[in-house]
Design a protein around this ligand. Structure first.
Ligand code: NAP
Length: 438
């Protein structure tokens, strides 16, 4: 155990790891609002570590404080709080570990390292009696980690459901409102700076998977291995699906969900889902994020706001920094992680499904599909036949099922693909269940 550093003196020295989009906003917030003459929260950035110190940055920091040398932060007796804003696991995990072992408190916005190695980092923080806070790692400016850790601690959390990736929500919103195709909207999102040039982490659902892993661990006091979280991205959602879903009373969102009960265990999943128009989640548009938490005592709570961006993220980072300066020792915010829930299998998830097929436009097609579904114990709720192309003898068949088990649906889908009457299975989307809806 090490003695936490520089928390008893008047000024708290901050060491920044990363001075990019968020790091620069944090550095500027400290300079603008928390300068030495501000008596309420005296903070000072004393060192910053980057990849390329020669890069031009919009940050009011002395150039001599910026280097590539991690020791300028970790071995610096002036640094009481390390703020990690580099991203990724390597070298962030090692740097955070070294800082905690050196008795420095750490604040991070890094969802990937907290999802994949958070359990180890929290243990290291506890062993060294320092704090590791990570409010900005999920949903940017929205306070969600703090409420789960502190304000809702007396509740059994029934469910957590969120739109926690702004890039995919921007894309899906545009597709819904403009009838545009995925690739066109992705290009626009990239040109507006809402999507990275390599958009994989967002559009394939990895980013949301990391974030729901972090939230689920906090809500259910169970380590949720990232690889055990069912993940699907949005690349298979087509403009047509929005049109047909709308006729059925739904829109489509990329949802991240964690739900648990003592019988079936804890299931965490990320996938595009049909959402009924009348629930609040359906109205969360553009780059906004939202998280719905249902606790047994408090009932349903709703958090909505900017899930990214320099200032909203700096707001969450600075909230953690100020919390550290006010509380000193980390013991009250470093949760122990008992293991009360088994991780459930996605195979046992039960929901309604939306299926879109391109089928031959001839009698008996629906009967053949219905038979396959029936054999898998799945019954049909409604059917739409759309976009009939008589010249080529094909039509879109949209089927909404009654609730069914995931494993049954996957086995039915394999058989449906084998039918000669089905030319293509275009979409399989899950319908999100809202228990308070009749
Ligand atoms: P960014 O703009 O790419 O900045 C990353 C910074 O880290 C850069 O200053 C870079 O140095 C430095 N860096 C990267 N690898 C390094 C290494 N190996 N050694 C030393 N320095 C290194 O990223 P960002 O958007 O600010 O995101 C930072 C973190 O905040 C990530 O974990 C991200 O997931 C999280 N976050 C971001 C947002 C957002 O809106 N951007 C929202 C919530 C959470 P150079 O400047 O020299 O390249």
């Amino acid at each position: 155990m090490t003695t936490p550093k520089r928390m008893d003196s008047q000024v708290t020295g901050i060491g920044l790891l990363g001075l990019g989009v968020v790091g620069s906003a944090v550095a500027n917030t400290i300079t603008d609002r928390h300068r030495l003459e501000d008596p309420s929260v005296p903070l000072e950035v004393v060192a910053a570590v980057v990849r390329d110190p020669s890069r031009k940055r919009e940050v009011s920091l002395d150039q001599s404080a910026i280097s590539t040398d991690i020791e300028t932060v970790i071995a610096n007796p002036e640094v009481g709080i390390v703020v990690e804003l580099m991203g990724g696991v390597d070298p962030a995990f090692d740097y955070i570990t070294s800082a905690l072992k050196a008795g420095q408190h750490v604040v991070t916005a890094n969802k990937e390292v907290m999802a994949k190695r958070g359990i180890d980092l929290l243990a290291t923080a506890a062993e060294n009696s320092v704090q590791l806070l990570y409010e900005a790692s999920v949903a940017g400016g929205i306070p969600i980690i703090g409420p789960l850790m502190n304000d809702l601690a007396a509740n059994k959390i029934r469910s957590l459901r969120g739109i926690i990736n702004g890039t995919t929500n921007f894309i899906l919103t545009k597709m819904a409102h403009e009838g545009a195709d995925f690739n066109d909207v992705l290009t626009e999102a990239q040109s507006l700076g809402y999507a990275e040039s390599d958009p994989t982490a967002d559009v394939d659902g990895f980013d949301a998977q990391y974030k729901i892993a972090v939230l689920a661990r906090l809500a259910y006091h169970t380590e949720v291995p990232v690889d055990e979280i069912h993940r699907e991205g949005i690349q298979e959602v087509h403009a047509k699906d929005f049109r047909y879903a709308k006729e059925l009373g739904y829109t489509i969102k990329l949802l991240a969900v964690a739900q648990a009960d003592s019988e079936s265990g804890l299931l965490a999943r990320v996938h595009p889902a049909l959402i009924p128009f009348e629930v609040p989640m359906a109205t969360v548009n553009g780059v906004l994020n939202a998280v719905e938490v249902e606790g047994d005592l408090v009932g349903p709570l709703w958090f909505q706001g900017p899930g990214a961006g320099p200032n909203p993220t700096a707001s969450a980072v600075m909230g953690d920094v100020i919390r550290v300066t006010k509380s000193g020792s980390g013991e009250e915010t470093t949760p122990d992680v008992p293991d009360p829930f088994l991780i459930a299998s996605m195979d046992d998830h039960v929901c309604q499904y939306y299926l879109r097929l391109t089928a031959s436009d001839r009698p008996g097609v629906l009967a053949s599909v219905a038979k396959v579904l029936g054999d898998a114990d799945i019954s049909i709720n409604s059917v739409l036949q759309k976009d009939t192309d008589t010249e080529n003898g094909r039509a879109d068949l949209v089927i909404m099922t009654h609730p069914a088990r995931e494993a049954n649906m996957q086995s039915a889908v394999s058989s449906i693909k084998e039918l000669d009457t089905v030319l293509q299975l275009d979409s399989l989307l899950r319908v999100e269940t809202y228990s308070d809806r009749s």
